[in-house]
Design a protein around this ligand. Structure first.
Ligand code: AMP
Length: 115
Protein backbone atom coordinates (compact mmCIF):
# COMPACT_ATOMS: atom_id res chain seq x y z
CA UNK A 1 0.00 0.00 0.00
CA UNK A 2 1.19 3.51 -0.76
CA UNK A 3 -1.27 6.19 0.39
CA UNK A 4 1.07 9.08 -0.45
CA UNK A 5 0.51 9.49 -4.18
CA UNK A 6 -1.39 11.97 -6.31
CA UNK A 7 -4.06 9.29 -6.91
CA UNK A 8 -4.53 8.86 -3.16
CA UNK A 9 -5.15 12.58 -2.99
CA UNK A 10 -7.71 12.31 -5.80
CA UNK A 11 -9.52 9.53 -3.90
CA UNK A 12 -9.45 11.69 -0.76
CA UNK A 13 -10.88 14.64 -2.68
CA UNK A 14 -7.78 16.76 -2.04
CA UNK A 15 -6.88 17.01 -5.74
CA UNK A 16 -9.49 17.51 -8.48
CA UNK A 17 -10.02 14.99 -11.26
CA UNK A 18 -12.34 14.61 -14.23
CA UNK A 19 -14.22 11.60 -12.87
CA UNK A 20 -16.16 9.40 -15.26
CA UNK A 21 -17.10 6.39 -13.10
CA UNK A 22 -17.21 5.61 -9.41
CA UNK A 23 -18.28 2.80 -7.09
CA UNK A 24 -17.55 2.12 -3.42
CA UNK A 25 -14.25 0.46 -4.36
CA UNK A 26 -13.25 1.87 -7.73
CA UNK A 27 -12.72 5.30 -9.27
CA UNK A 28 -12.11 6.25 -12.92
CA UNK A 29 -10.98 9.63 -14.20
CA UNK A 30 -9.51 11.08 -17.38
CA UNK A 31 -5.74 11.05 -17.79
CA UNK A 32 -4.23 14.56 -17.63
CA UNK A 33 -2.05 13.79 -20.67
CA UNK A 34 -4.27 11.68 -22.94
CA UNK A 35 -2.47 9.46 -25.43
CA UNK A 36 -5.62 8.78 -27.47
CA UNK A 37 -9.12 10.27 -27.90
CA UNK A 38 -10.20 8.13 -24.93
CA UNK A 39 -7.69 7.77 -22.10
CA UNK A 40 -9.11 7.01 -18.67
CA UNK A 41 -7.41 5.65 -15.55
CA UNK A 42 -9.28 3.09 -13.43
CA UNK A 43 -7.98 2.70 -9.89
CA UNK A 44 -8.90 0.88 -6.70
CA UNK A 45 -9.71 3.43 -4.02
CA UNK A 46 -7.42 1.57 -1.63
CA UNK A 47 -3.82 2.49 -2.43
CA UNK A 48 -2.45 -0.82 -3.66
CA UNK A 49 0.82 -0.24 -5.47
CA UNK A 50 0.64 -3.09 -7.99
CA UNK A 51 -1.87 -5.54 -9.47
CA UNK A 52 -0.02 -8.40 -7.75
CA UNK A 53 -0.41 -6.74 -4.36
CA UNK A 54 -4.12 -6.24 -4.97
CA UNK A 55 -4.60 -9.78 -6.30
CA UNK A 56 -2.96 -11.25 -3.20
CA UNK A 57 -5.07 -9.21 -0.81
CA UNK A 58 -8.45 -8.84 -2.58
CA UNK A 59 -8.67 -11.00 -5.72
CA UNK A 60 -12.31 -10.12 -6.37
CA UNK A 61 -11.38 -6.46 -6.68
CA UNK A 62 -9.28 -7.22 -9.77
CA UNK A 63 -12.51 -8.36 -11.39
CA UNK A 64 -14.22 -5.15 -10.34
CA UNK A 65 -11.43 -3.11 -11.92
CA UNK A 66 -11.70 -4.94 -15.24
CA UNK A 67 -15.50 -4.69 -15.21
CA UNK A 68 -15.19 -0.97 -14.47
CA UNK A 69 -12.75 -0.57 -17.36
CA UNK A 70 -15.28 -2.20 -19.69
CA UNK A 71 -18.04 0.08 -18.35
CA UNK A 72 -15.82 3.07 -19.08
CA UNK A 73 -15.10 1.81 -22.61
CA UNK A 74 -18.80 1.17 -23.24
CA UNK A 75 -19.79 4.64 -22.00
CA UNK A 76 -17.08 6.18 -24.20
CA UNK A 77 -18.41 4.29 -27.24
CA UNK A 78 -15.25 2.27 -27.88
CA UNK A 79 -16.28 -1.15 -26.58
CA UNK A 80 -17.12 -2.31 -30.12
CA UNK A 81 -14.24 -0.67 -32.00
CA UNK A 82 -11.72 -1.91 -29.45
CA UNK A 83 -9.57 -0.57 -26.69
CA UNK A 84 -6.39 -1.35 -24.80
CA UNK A 85 -5.97 -1.94 -21.07
CA UNK A 86 -2.46 -1.18 -19.81
CA UNK A 87 -1.01 -1.69 -16.33
CA UNK A 88 2.52 -0.35 -16.16
CA UNK A 89 4.34 -2.03 -13.29
CA UNK A 90 7.71 -0.89 -12.00
CA UNK A 91 10.57 1.15 -13.40
CA UNK A 92 11.19 -0.55 -16.74
CA UNK A 93 7.49 -0.34 -17.58
CA UNK A 94 7.42 3.38 -16.72
CA UNK A 95 5.09 3.20 -13.74
CA UNK A 96 5.22 6.81 -12.58
CA UNK A 97 2.45 6.73 -9.96
CA UNK A 98 2.78 4.04 -7.30
CA UNK A 99 -0.97 3.53 -6.92
CA UNK A 100 -2.28 0.75 -9.19
CA UNK A 101 -4.03 2.17 -12.26
CA UNK A 102 -5.46 0.54 -15.36
CA UNK A 103 -5.16 2.73 -18.45
CA UNK A 104 -8.21 2.45 -20.74
CA UNK A 105 -7.00 3.70 -24.10
CA UNK A 106 -8.99 3.82 -27.34
CA UNK A 107 -10.68 5.81 -30.04
CA UNK A 108 -7.88 5.28 -32.54
CA UNK A 109 -6.00 2.36 -34.09
CA UNK A 110 -2.95 1.28 -32.09
CA UNK A 111 0.18 -0.57 -33.11
CA UNK A 112 1.83 -3.53 -31.43
CA UNK A 113 4.28 -4.10 -29.82
CA UNK A 114 4.52 -0.99 -27.64
CA UNK A 115 7.83 0.86 -27.66
P1 AMP B 1 1.99 5.37 -15.52
O1 AMP B 1 3.14 5.82 -16.38
O2 AMP B 1 1.39 4.10 -15.97
O3 AMP B 1 2.33 5.38 -14.04
O4 AMP B 1 0.84 6.45 -15.75
C1 AMP B 1 0.53 7.50 -14.89
C2 AMP B 1 -0.48 8.35 -15.61
O5 AMP B 1 -1.09 9.23 -14.69
C3 AMP B 1 0.11 9.23 -16.73
O6 AMP B 1 -0.53 8.90 -17.96
C4 AMP B 1 -0.21 10.65 -16.27
O7 AMP B 1 -0.55 11.48 -17.34
C5 AMP B 1 -1.38 10.43 -15.35
N1 AMP B 1 -1.58 11.42 -14.30
C6 AMP B 1 -0.66 11.88 -13.41
N2 AMP B 1 -1.22 12.75 -12.56
C7 AMP B 1 -2.54 12.83 -12.89
C8 AMP B 1 -3.66 13.55 -12.40
N3 AMP B 1 -3.55 14.39 -11.34
N4 AMP B 1 -4.86 13.38 -13.00
C9 AMP B 1 -4.99 12.55 -14.06
N5 AMP B 1 -3.97 11.84 -14.58
C10 AMP B 1 -2.77 11.98 -14.01
Amino acid sequence: MNPDTIFGKIVAGEVPADKVYETDNVLAFRDLQPQAPVHVLVIPKKPYQTAAELAAAEPALIGELIAAAHEVATAAGIAETGYRLVVNTGKDANQTVDHLHVHVIGGRAMSWPPG
